[in-house]
Design a protein around this ligand. Structure first.
Ligand SMILES: [Zn+2]
Length: 202
């Protein structure tokens, strides 16, 4: 996990939004390979193992998304749907959408990609951080440039979580163009290529 990512993380537990504090034990450049992030509010400590930060058990986060089959869209299309132009900031890919993570790192230089609950086979890298979080996004409100949700995370509380972490005016992409309405506060821009694209209100 990229150490600077800590600045946009929050404790996923059920209390007022709290920042987290990183405690690296083993670093590789700017990446925490082993260590923990801790919550000063509830004293929870979340381990970082082999570069992956665990905010809950990995098994509970899989959501039935075993297959890492290639997506129906490529990374250039995803970057366009997310309207990612220019370097800086963070984009969050959740569940099956994270299989586009390594290619998106190449497509949008200087943008850090955060893969949450990625399918097997997605490996962390200098510009790709991996998080496992079964219940909610461990990300601060209004802190990222774009969010893409895989089909297994297109329902439940995940769309509202995606909308919450987006900066105003930026984009939420959800796999499955036939599915229902977008979450409150997100206006639909387009449907196509198996995706719904929305924009968070300003
Ligand atoms: Zn906490």
């Amino acid at each position: 996990m990229f150490i600077e990512l800590t600045e946009i993380l929050r404790c996923p537990r059920d209390h007022a939004e709290s920042y987290l504090v990183a405690s690296p034990m083993v670093m590789d450049g700017r990446r925490i390979v082993r260590g923990a992030v801790g919550c000063p509010a509830c004293r929870a400590e979340f381990p970082i193992v082999e570069g992956v930060a665990y905010f809950g058990p990995a098994g509970a986060a899989a959501g039935g998304e075993e297959a890492a089959a290639p997506p129906d869209y490529d990374a250039a299309a995803l970057a366009a749907f997310l309207n990612l132009s220019g370097p800086g900031g963070y984009v969050v890919l959740v569940g099956a959408a994270a299989r586009a993570g390594p290619a998106l790192v190449e497509a949008v230089p200087g943008v850090h990609v955060v893969a949450v609950n990625p399918p097997p086979g997605v490996r962390p890298g200098p510009m790709l951080s991996l998080l496992v979080s079964p219940r909610a996004l461990p990300v601060r409100t209004a802190s990222v440039r774009g969010v893409a949700l895989g089909a297994g995370h297109a329902g439940g509380g995940w769309p509202a979580e995606g909308a919450r972490v987006l900066l105003p005016g930026l984009r939420l992409v959800i796999e499955g163009e036939a599915a229902g309405p977008l979450p409150a506060g997100v206006a639909e821009l387009a449907r196509g290529a198996g995706l719904r694209v929305g924009q968070r209100e300003r």
